[in-house]
Structures are given as C-alpha cells and as structure tokens.
Design a protein around this ligand. Structure first.
Ligand SMILES: Cc1cc2nc3c(=O)[nH]c(=O)nc-3n(C[C@H](O)[C@H](O)[C@H](O)COP(=O)(O)OP(=O)(O)OC[C@H]3O[C@@H](n4cnc5c(N)ncnc54)[C@H](O)[C@@H]3O)c2cc1C
Length: 428
C-alpha cells in the first residue's frame, strides 16, 4: 500500500452534516477530498426524503440560535441575496390552552427571566421556583456530571417539570429525564440563555434538510476540485503508518488521511479493523440509542395552525409543526415524538387526537410515518465521548457523538466536522 505522492489526499467517510462540514473545511483549505456516502442522498440523519414528488425530511428538525457553527456554514454557502432558508422565531413554547412561555428580545438571561415570570399557566410560586432554578443552572460551578435530569429537577414543582423542564429535556437530548445527563442539559440551557439574546431563538428550516447544508456543501466541494461518491459504502479500512486504504464494492483506494464521519452505530465495524482504534470501537459499541418518530399528516390545504409549532400535552407526540407556514406545503403537519421507545402502532392517530383538543383540522387525506429507531445515542450521565483525534495519526473522527458540549444535534455534528478537519490540517 503506497500513497502516490506526498500531496495530502483525504477521504471523508460519511456524508451527514459532520462529514459535509469536514469535507468542506478541507477543500476550502486547498486539500484534495473525496467524500464517501453509503446512501443515495447526502445529509445522513438530517436529510430530504421524497414522497410522490413532495420533499419531506427523514425527521422534522429545529435549530437553536446558539448553533453558531451550523448557522455560519449555512450562511457562508448561500448564494448572494438568497435567504439562508431558516425562519428565526424568538423562543416560544406554547401548549394551548394550558401553557405559554414566550421569551422577549432582552439581553440573556433577562429574556428567560421575563419569559418565566410572564408565563401563562403557572402560578407565582411556580414562576419564582423556575426563575431560581434557572439562575442556579446558569451560575452553579459544581458539575452535576453524575446526575440525571430528573434528579437535577427533583425539587421543582411537578407542574414545572411536566410542562417545561422535562419536555425541554426530551426535545433537546432525545433522552427521557430519568436517564438523561444533567450536565448536558445544563450545558444546553447555558448555551441558549448564557450568551447573546438571540441564542435562545428557535430556527425552523424553510427548505428540505439536504438542501439546507449538505447539498450546497457538496456542490462547493466539487467546485474546489473534490469528489463526492454517493451510494458508496466503505466496507474495509486498512491503515499503516503512512497510508490508509478504503475498500468499497467498486474497489479500493489509498489516502494520506481519513476522517471517519459515520454515525456511532456504524463506527465499531470500521474502527475494529484498525488496532489503534480498538479502544474507541469498544467505547462506542456500548452506546444505547433512542428513537424519534415523525408523522406527516396532510389536511385540507386551507388548514393552518395558530403558530408554526405547538407543544402537545398527554403524549405520545411532544410537538406539531405546520409545514405550510415553514415550507409552503399547505395543510401538511409534522408530528414529532422524541425518545419514542415503545410507541403504540396507532401513535400518529393518538397524536392527531392530542391536536384535536386544541384545534379541529378536519379529515386527514394521507399520513406518512418515519420512525428513526436509532435517531440519536442516549445522552446519559458520565457517557464517554471520544475526541476527534484518534490513536492513529492519520485517522480522525467526526460526528455528533464526539466530545463536545452539545447532545446529538446538528451543531455537535458540524462542530466536530470542522474541528476534525482543522486537527488534520495542523498535521500537514
Ligand atoms: C428524526 C430525527 C430528528 C432530529 N431532530 C433534531 C433537531 O431537531 N435538531 C438537531 O439539532 N438535531 C436533531 N437530530 C439529530 C441530528 O440529525 C444528528 O445529530 C446529526 O444529523 C448527526 O450528524 P452526523 O453527521 O454526526 O451523523 P449522520 O447524520 O448519521 O451521518 C453519518 C453518515 O455516514 C454514512 N455512513 C455510515 N456508514 C458508512 C460507511 N461505511 N461508508 C460510507 N458512509 C457511511 C451514513 O449513511 C450517514 O449519511 C435529529 C435526528 C433524527 C434522526
């Protein structure tokens, strides 16, 4: 096995948001990059799915204003004068008729404080308890590393946990509060309310997820002389001190460096082939996973929700999004059930009943369910997340599971991609 020349030639394995961010960063630094993606569409767990000519997503996504890396990448790739494809809304959690929290545009954390004190559906005792608890999360230096979110919130009134903290935990960490990491939950609260006032904004995609970042990133990569190989699953990885060879069903190719940007559930099969990566393969093989279900329901074109998204009470869905308002797909709603283990077969019909307690959308024309069984790793206390540098000097990792302050999110994916590309560039 030999590298053809001393010029660096890098392969990025996995065309999710982490792999696309890594490949783009390398290509922009003048490195020759080949991006391998097993699927036919870029984007991985945040990608477009076509249904009878209608562009949906494999799962409805939402971004936070604090996702600085992701937003910067999306913004950087947008054509001049075009919008960034995101709809920015000040944080509002609305679960009619019981609860409404709206954070006004004030410097953080006053926005949270004002939101809590003005919340509809909470008594003054609850509001003050919530404000005191939130302040402690923003200021407390002691790490709750070993605690679960249920333990962190155990002294909060039941109503607050039911309406606010536990739904926020499930949607941010995709992990039930009983087993979710208090440390990561606190990090998310700090990211949203400990920085600039717009960090707590909710950003709704206005176009499909592949078009939002992975497709423009790949287009730029090709413009810069790189290459994208779709439907190209890497099956073998063979590394020596000075070269790494990848094998797909079409043959094998040698690279000076490789970034493995596959999902954690796909990492052990590749990493176990390289002795230096065996420890990381073992760590990641121990992860547990949590599902997310998205149910699309088409109602009459004239139907619209009172807001672009609503929280839903009484399970199984936590949120419903109006794709008419965000994507121009009139009458189409997306119901989301996070941490959705043990969903009943009729979960989507149950979710529609949840909505009917609030509004009457009429009869459904069609329904489509997409259940991602391993949507994200379970974000549990003390879980070990590997660094982007590995024990092999020519192999790097990228992905939402690598070490960082965020749980499994688009931001953890893009941050890791950029970080691993920069670590690689430092070595050249
Ligand atoms: C339904 C759902 C809803 C979500 N909602 C949100 C949300 O609202 N907000 C948010 O921030 N995050 C959300 N997430 C999480 C977010 O989508 C992920 O954290 C992020 O997309 C992970 O990106 P990644 O690049 O690390 O991994 P992935 O997206 O998994 O990318 C890995 C890629 O590697 C490819 N691959 C695997 N093995 C190989 C191989 N051997 N050879 C070549 N290619 C390979 C895969 O096909 C995949 O495309 C959600 C996830 C799901 C599933």
């Amino acid at each position: 096995m030999k590298v053809v020349s001393n010029t660096p030639r890098v392969a990025v394995v996995g065309g999710g948001w982490a792999g696309c961010a890594a490949a783009l960063t390398l290509a922009e630094a003048g490195v020759a990059v080949t991006l391998y993606e097993a699927g036919r569409t870029l984007g991985g767990r945040a990608r477009a799915v076509e249904l009878d000519g209608l562009l949906l997503d494999n799962g409805q996504h939402i971004l936070l204003g604090a996702y600085e890396q992701t937003l910067q990448l999306i913004d950087r790739l947008r054509p001049a004068a075009a919008s960034d494809g995101l709809w920015r809304l000040p944080l509002t959690l609305e679960q009619p008729p019981d609860f409404r929290l709206a954070c006004p545009r004030l410097p953080a954390p006053l926005n949270l404080l004002a939101g809590l004190l003005g919340a509809h559906g909470l008594g003054w005792g609850d509001k003050l308890a919530a404000a005191r608890w939130a302040r402690a999360q923003l200021n407390d230096a002691a790490s709750p590393d070993h605690l679960s979110v249920s333990q962190l919130t155990r002294n909060q009134p039941d109503k607050l946990n039911r309406l606010l903290w536990h739904p926020l935990c499930v949607s941010a960490l995709n992990t039930p509060p009983e087993i979710a990491s208090a440390q990561v939950f606190r990090d998310v609260i700090r990211a949203a309310f400990g920085g600039r006032s717009n960090h707590s904004d909710l950003l709704l995609p206005r176009r499909d997820l592949t078009a939002l970042f992975p497709a423009p990133a790949a287009a730029r990569l090709v413009e810069l002389g790189g290459e994208t190989r779709l439907a190209s699953r890497v099956a073998t990885l063979d590394a020596t001190a000075d070269v790494v060879a990848l094998g797909t069903r079409d043959g094998s190719a040698a690279y000076s460096h490789v970034i493995l940007a596959v999902a954690p559930q796909h990492l052990p099969a590749l990493a176990a082939q390289v002795p230096a990566l065996e420890a990381v393969a073992r760590t990641v093989a121990n992860y547990d996973y949590q599902p997310i279900a998205t149910g699309y329901v088409q109602y009459d074109d004239r139907f619209r929700l009172p807001r672009p998204l609503l929280a839903l009470a009484g399970g199984p869905a936590q949120f419903v999004f109006d794709r008419g308002q965000s994507h121009g797909q009139t009458g189409l709603l997306a119901f989301v059930a996070s941490a959705a283990a043990n969903l009943p077969a009729d979960w989507l019909e149950q979710a529609e009943t949840q909505l009917q307690r609030v509004v009457q959308p009429g009869a459904a024309r069609w329904r489509k369910r997409i259940v991602e069984k391993q949507a994200t790793y379970a974000c549990t206390p003390g879980m070990r997340r590997p660094a982007t540098r590995t024990a092999h000097p020519r192999i790097f990792l990228a992905g939402d599971y690598t070490a960082g302050p965020y749980p499994a999110t688009l931001e953890s994916a893009t941050r890791s991609g950029v970080q691993s590309a920069r670590a690689l560039l430092e070595q050249l």
